[in-house]
Design a protein around this ligand. Sequence first.
Ligand code: TXA
Ligand code: MG
Length: 321
Amino acid sequence: METQIGNDSEYAASLLRQGQLVAIPTETVYGLAANALMPSAVLDIFRVKGRPAFDPLIVHVDNPDRISEYATHIPDEAWALAERFWPGPLTLVLQKATCIPDEVSSGLDTVGLRMPDHPITLELLKRTGFPLAAPSANPFGYISPTTAQHVHDQLQGKIPYILDGGPCRVGVESTIVGFEKDGPVIYRLGGLTVEDIRSVVPAVGMRVNASSDPRAPGMLKSHYAPRIPLFLGDVESLLSEHAGKRIGMLVFSDRHVSATPVEALQVLSPSGDVNEAAGRLFSAMRVLDNSGVDVVLAETVPDEGLGKAINDRLRRAAHCE
Ligand code: TXA
Ligand code: MG
């Protein structure tokens, strides 16, 4: 199969109507989409990604009103969050309506819903009329794609079409919020900051580190892992530990660039802006992973705003804790 890249949303819609897969841009990362209401198409996502069947998919919708179509028992906090932050990098995990196939939710009685903030994908959703199930468009366990080219590099020959919406503005996946007996809980740190969520639901809990927790299997430790070992810590001490090797380095800002020359260097934000750093994170990790170095040495970024999500991804990518 030849994989085309283009910006024809009507062509993308026609493929999706036939049950085929299309990679779609969102403001966070590119997704690998299928008609969420067609079990055979949904199963194809798992096959193409090499994704284990127990890891549920997010369903993308074009409108907050869809919540009552695809979910039941919706808490007031969920409506308040959707009203404030949709379209945007926020996924709400809610009790699923019966029209959502078990293939999407991996047999759970909940479904993750999100309205993405990208014009061409919102246009696509209007054209299809059905919601799109879409995980990040990377092979399972690898770094998420933030450009159409990233998707092509890994899925060419496996899907017919990549809808190109340019580089993703936010650069890290959506923040996932669920609702438990004792209130709303953050399951995954992401493109919407904890501070933003607290501005609407001050008492939100946090359950992001449970790697064996079936509620958030996307948080398995193997996630976001580059092929080349990545070590996280103080880059100067890491440099002396790894002396003699070909070194790739991932640093936050210009101020953190080491005096020691290295084989490959990626600076996430020369001026030290965590939002810019989030936008560049996954591209930088891919560049280093393909640079022929022996190891990548990385440092965390300031733990504020999107910095929390960046540090979470770096820890999960790291070879050793
Ligand atoms: O930004 C994003 O969220 C991107 C774009 C494409 O929308 N999507 C994305 O999907 O990151 P994925 O599949 O890579 O990660 C989704 C994660 C799952 O691994 C799982 O942890 C969680 O969302 N999830 C989905 N449905 C869930 C459910 N019913 N209960 C708990 N967690 C769920
Ligand atoms: Mg993913």
